[in-house]
Design a protein around this ligand. Structure first.
Ligand code: NAD
Length: 485
């Protein structure tokens, strides 16, 4: 794959190289080394925080309307560069062109929400006593941080950056060290759009950078997206130093399929949900609970899954370790007595033998005690559990520790409503396999899929990135009115 320039940190508007240790960036499409990135240290985080602190007074003093002008320009730059940004995502993450392009389009939509913030935040004021007014204004927090995972190199950083900045904060971002290229372009385009130096800073690296962010006394809030294991570590560590934190974790999403579901639409939706982005989506279907007689739908799913060809219409998974882990889950299910209806193990793509590919996999007759029923696999694999009725299906869904998404496929409004009410997940789909709420609705799960208050996008993120300032004013102190009048 095409080599890319060495990844550098972006601090105070400049790309900087400090002689840190480096790590290779590998394209999962063919396993080749395409770049390297710095493994930054506590000192690099400190330098970035100082730059963000210096930029904060003038940035936060601007009006919302002034700040959004930059994001109108930035959104246009995303649109103008969409083909290049799409190919960069493909190169570092391995997903299909269409999937990668949809990521950039979603980033544009996130910017559209951010530029609408001046229309949303009108603050509040009331004459609480005669001649006395109380008002509430939303004020930024200061320097904030955002930490992201490998599976959406462009979109997830845009869950946080546009809103946090438009609201007047300055930011230190740490992208996934596995996919650092997209955020470098993000920094370049923000500069081109006119963002003042120091408002947005990029510090590359791994665990050390995350720990330095959690511990830094001058960072006010940390937003994290990644696995549940690390989300717990980050949430505990960031809040132990008294920061505000929202940490999104992993998922095990259940799709409940009822016998009256539209067979073609359901089969294609379930397969698209489990296989899109090679199953590496926190919103991907991982378990299908087939209620009563759904064999005709499962038969159609098998046909759909067999249409997926690794390296053609099914992208790669992220690494050799991921491929090995996913295949081990499939083998374990087989050893546990489940039936493999479509087997994606040992996929090889001609001409890209070094790449990391797993074919679409459907496992039937999974029971709730098996690891494929309980753990996040994060590959193009779906486990089918059979349930006798909807109550049992809901009980199975409720039994998961996670709670990102759940969906029901049915023609019955009453049964759909029952799932909407009883599923233990933050995002529910009715006849939709990937129920991502679009802007302005906010994104966030329940249970072990999210720690902290509120969601990461939409109106909820406005709460997260701001604090309320309450002012009580007597405009005409000479008047004979007072607090209690
Ligand atoms: P990850 O948890 O391994 O890494 C996420 C971030 O944490 C990276 O920036 C990484 O450098 C850092 N990190 C890794 N180990 C760390 C440690 N021990 N201490 C401190 N920091 C550490 O996640 P990933 O593999 O990059 O991404 C996949 C996971 O993210 C899946 O579990 C997926 O479900 C989840 N995810 C969740 C959502 C959501 O909205 N809930 C969205 C996207 C991805």
């Amino acid at each position: 794959m095409m080599k890319q320039p060495e990844v550098l940190n972006f601090i105070n508007g400049q790309f900087t190289k400090n002689g840190q240790k480096t790590m290779d960036v590998i394209s999962p499409l063919d396993g080749s080394i395409i770049s390297k990135l710095p493994l930054s240290t506590h000192n690099d985080v400190d330098t970035a925080v100082k730059a963000a602190q210096n930029a904060y007074p003038s940035w936060s003093a601007k009006t919302f309307k002034e700040r959004v002008q930059i994001f109108f320009r930035y959104r246009t730059l995303l649109e103008e560069n969409i083909d290049e940004l799409t190919k960069l995502i493909q190169l570092e993450n391995g997903k299909n062109y269409g999937e990668a392009k949809a990521e950039v389009e979603k980033s544009m939509e996130l910017c559209e929400f951010a530029v609408s913030i001046p229309q949303i935040i009108v603050n509040e004021a009331q004459e609480v006593s005669k001649g006395v007014e109380c008002r509430i204004e939303r004020k930024p927090l200061g320097v904030v941080a955002s930490i992201s995972p490998f599976n959406f190199p462009n979109m997830v950083p845009h869950w946080t950056m546009p809103n946090a900045l438009v609201l007047g904060n300055t930011m230190v971002m740490k992208p996934s060290e596995i996919v650092p290229l997209s955020t470098v372009r993000m920094a370049e385009l923000l500069k081109e759009a006119g963002l003042p130096d120091g408002v947005f800073n990029l510090v590359n690296g791994g665990k050390d950078v995350v720990e330095a962010i959690c511990d830094h006394p001058n960072i006010e809030a940390v937003s994290f997206v990644g696995s549940t294991k690390v989300a717990k570590i980050v949430y505990k560590r960031a809040t132990s130093t008294l920061k505000r934190c929202v940490a999104l974790g992993g998922a095990k999403n259940h799709l409940l399929v009822l016998p009256d579901a539209n067979p073609d639409m359901t089969a294609s939706n379930v397969v698209a949900s489990m296989s899109g982005c090679a199953g590496q989506r926190c919103m991907a279907a991982s378990v299908m609970v087939g209620v009563d007689k759904v064999q005709h739908i499962i038969d159609k799913m098998v046909v759909e899954a067999k249409k997926l060809v690794p390296g053609e219409n099914l992208g790669s998974v992220i690494s050799a370790e991921a491929k090995a882990r996913i295949e081990a889950y499939i083998s374990q299910a087989e050893a546990d007595g489940a039936k493999i209806l479509v087997d994606g193990r040992n996929a090889i793509v001609a001409g890209k033998e070094g790449g990391f590919y797993v074919g679409a996999t459907i496992i039937d007759y999974v029971t709730t005690d098996m690891s494929v029923a309980r753990e996040e696999i994060f590959g193009p694999v779906i486990s089918i559990i059979r349930a006798k009725d909807l109550d049992e299906a809901i009980e199975i869904e409720n039994g998961s520790n996670y709670g990102n998404a759940a969906a029901v496929f049915t023609q019955s409004g009453g049964l759909a409503k029952k799932v909407m009410e009883r599923a233990s997940a933050g995002m529910i789909g009715v006849n939709i396999g990937v129920p991502v709420p679009r802007e302005p609705f906010s994104f966030g799960g329940w249970n072990d899929s999210k720690f902290g208050v509120g969601d990461i996008t939409g109106r909820s993120s406005i709460e997260f990135w701001t604090q309320n300032k309450k002012t009580t004013i007597k405009w005409n102190p000479e008047a004979q009115t007072n607090w209690m009048s």
